[in-house]
Design a protein around this ligand. Structure first.
Ligand code: CMP
Length: 376
């Protein structure tokens, strides 16, 4: 695809020293992968046009986070009509929700999402109350199935996700298949509902029905993060982070499936995009101990990661999970422990697919770091 020359965005950066949000016009030149930035308030060039390592066209979307020379910038708006026109359908967003009947199969569903060409830009496991479900499905209030639907949606955790792709609304509905799971099995046997749905109401997943609905529904879950409590138990659990490079490779669904197949439960899940300071804080125990500390931090904040709370093996959870993750170096893992997660999904010592808590006594601290401190 030959890309037109220049895309313009409004980008925000939180300046921790001054404790203020700074706004920039960010110009991206697709032909040579360069970026130029203007400080909007001070009306001057902030960054002369220069190459930015690891940045690519796919990273540029509203709501996305990019790293420019160690600064983490949030893209908040298109800054010209050309960019808006070019990108709004290519980078369309929709809400996907894994409903309570299919949460046990979330790994396989997330794998279908990645294989279907979508990017997951936000995700959170939460439990809807009856009131939440009534509000979410308000347009169906007069329908005979409403009460049943609301009761079902409040019966257990769901996973809300914001998906992005070319024509995401239509494409996700196509991958979902017909509302009625039996009809899905006869008409679209490879669809999500054919594979994981039960009937008309317990149909595995939800998808927004139009672009405007997608905006309303993604805001419902992701514009008011404080409203949605996560489902972490903070007891007899371990912390697992699927690192950005494994997410970028599209392996997150496969890794989640492998974790379930090994007999573990995932009692909380959320996508995070860590700031460098948070990654340093999280990995603090390795500072001065592991030679690759700087690269480990860089990897952890290089893109979105999934944090999972692992349970399911009582007091043995932490040790069993660490065994299952395997040696830190995937090359060693492939030789000595070929069935471990790092042997299967790790690329090298830094991009080793998974972080898991090393010491059982640190498990609660790490689970709390993601699901209490960062999440709140
Ligand atoms: P969803 O995509 O979440 O949007 C509305 C939900 O209402 C739908 O999936 C089903 O769970 C439920 N639903 C829609 N039509 C019917 C029906 N005819 N009978 C029972 N439940 C339905």
């Amino acid at each position: 695809m030959s890309l037109p020359e220049r895309y313009a965005f409004i980008a925000e950066w939180y300046d921790q020293n001054a404790a203020i949000m700074r706004s920039y016009q960010l110009l991206y030149y697709a032909s040579d992968n360069t970026v130029e930035m203007y400080d909007i308030k001070n009306r001057r060039i902030f960054l002369k046009r220069s190459k930015v390592e690891n940045l690519c066209f796919e990273d540029l979307f509203i709501g996305g986070t990019i790293n420019v020379h160690s600064r983490q910038l949030n893209l908040v708006e298109y800054a010209d009509e050309f960019t808006k026109k070019q990108l709004s359908s290519k980078k369309e967003k929709t809400l996907a929700m894994i409903k309570p009947d299919a949460v046990a199969k979330f790994g396989a569903i997330i794998d279908m999402i990645y294989r279907g060409g979508f990017l997951i830009v936000n995700a959170k496991m939460t439990k809807l109350s009856r009131k939440d479900a009534e509000e979410f499905y308000q347009e169906h209030v007069q329908r005979p199935f409403f009460d049943n639907l609301v009761r079902f949606m409040a019966s257990g955790p769901s996973i809300a996700m914001e998906l992005m792709s070319n024509s995401a609304v239509t494409e996700w509905r196509r991958l979902l298949g017909p509302t009625d799971s039996s009809m899905a099995r006869s008409e679209a046997p490879n669809s999500v509902r054919a594979k994981f749905g039960t009937d008309q109401t317990r149909n595995a997943c939800h998808g927004s029905d139009a672009v405007a609905t997608g905006q309303r529904e993604t805001s419902f879950f992701f514009a008011a993060p404080g409203r949605w409590k996560n489902t972490a138990k903070f007891s007899e659990s371990s912390c697992c982070v699927i690192k950005p490079s494994a997410v970028l490779e599209g392996n997150a669904g496969q890794i989640m499936m492998a974790i379930k197949e090994a007999g573990f439960e995932v009692s909380a899940l959320q996508m995070f995009h860590l700031e460098k300071a948070n990654a340093e804080e999280f990995f603090e125990v390795y500072k001065g101990v592991v030679a690759e500390f700087t690269e480990m931090v860089q990897e952890l904040c290089s893109g979105p990661c999934f944090a999972l709370e692992i349970t399911g093996k009582g007091p043995n959870t932490a040790n069993d999970f660490r065994e299952f993750v395997g040696p830190a170096d995937p090359e060693i893992a492939r030789t000595l422990r070929p069935n471990t997660l790092r042997a299967k999904f790790g690329l090298n010592k830094i991009k080793n697919a998974i972080h898991c808590t090393d010491l059982p006594e640190d498990c609660q601290l790490e689970v709390e770091y993601f699901f209490r401190i960062l999440a709140e």
